[in-house]
Design a protein around this ligand. Sequence first.
Ligand code: NAP
Length: 286
Amino acid sequence: MATAVVLDGKAIAERLKQQLQHQLLTFRHRPMLAILSFRTPASAVYQAAQFAQARALAIATTHVVCPTNASQTDVERIIQQWNDDPAIHGIFVHQPMPPQIDAQQISSVIDPQKDIEGIHPHNSARRFFAKARIGSCTALAVMELIDTTGIELAGKEAVVVGHSEIVGRPVSMLLLDKLATTTICHVGTDQAGRLEDHVRRAEVLVVAVGRPALIRGAWIRPGAVVIDVGINVVHGHVVGDVEFETARQRAACISPVPGGVGPVTVMMVMKNTVEAFKLQMAGRQH
Ligand code: NAP
């Protein structure tokens, strides 16, 4: 059997970047992205990639790295200042946050028009009604990767493993919007011993859990499109949630880790910053 096409996230990100560069040339002002993170190695890597791409696109950035013992009030105060600053168009808060921080409460403090991850309840509600103006960067990246495969999603069996607010749930809604028959699997599915059954049915499989080799290559339906969002470090190497080498013998298309969803997600942060900028500029004209 032929091995899968390996989806090239870097090339897709490069294409998106060129489209953004064209748009940015038409703007009179530079969009500015504000990033809040906590001092953790995982967010340092993601953040470095965000700064590099923002620089390449001439999107201005400002950032605050909070100590891991920062209080809810400290974090909310920073976000409120950014909300009130007309020079800042996008706000991105890195997850996971330390345990003393109520992440849901933080989501609702961000101005919905500056909410780059689409996590404010207003934006979550718009997504529910398929009217999102700014959506989860990772979910949009997943859909972009799927789109490059040329698969027609209507009527396909799509299975999403993981139901987090920033990945699993939004990606499930976007698949539903495309009329895929969408199943959401989670820890309950696994505990009931039914993960394999669902994965074996998937014509489109999206995995966003954060557990290496959770999805066995032998479970992949022949000809499936497999998008692996997971990021895990095993013996110093970054791997996804899907057993890559065996899965690629069965899938039609598969995203690698690293080099799949990651670079596209970073570019979606830039794209959403540009979308937020356009929304705010349009609002100020009225
Ligand atoms: P998360 O908030 O920890 O969510 C993980 C999800 O997996 C939860 O819904 C959890 O369900 C579910 N889960 C846990 N154990 C499971 C099991 N045994 N079987 C099935 N489902 C299980 O993480 P996240 O933010 O969604 O991120 C998921 C992964 O994607 C992580 O590895 C993260 O680093 C990576 N990620 C990558 C990108 C990128 O751009 N490449 C972006 C974001 C995240 P319960 O809540 O019910 O336990």
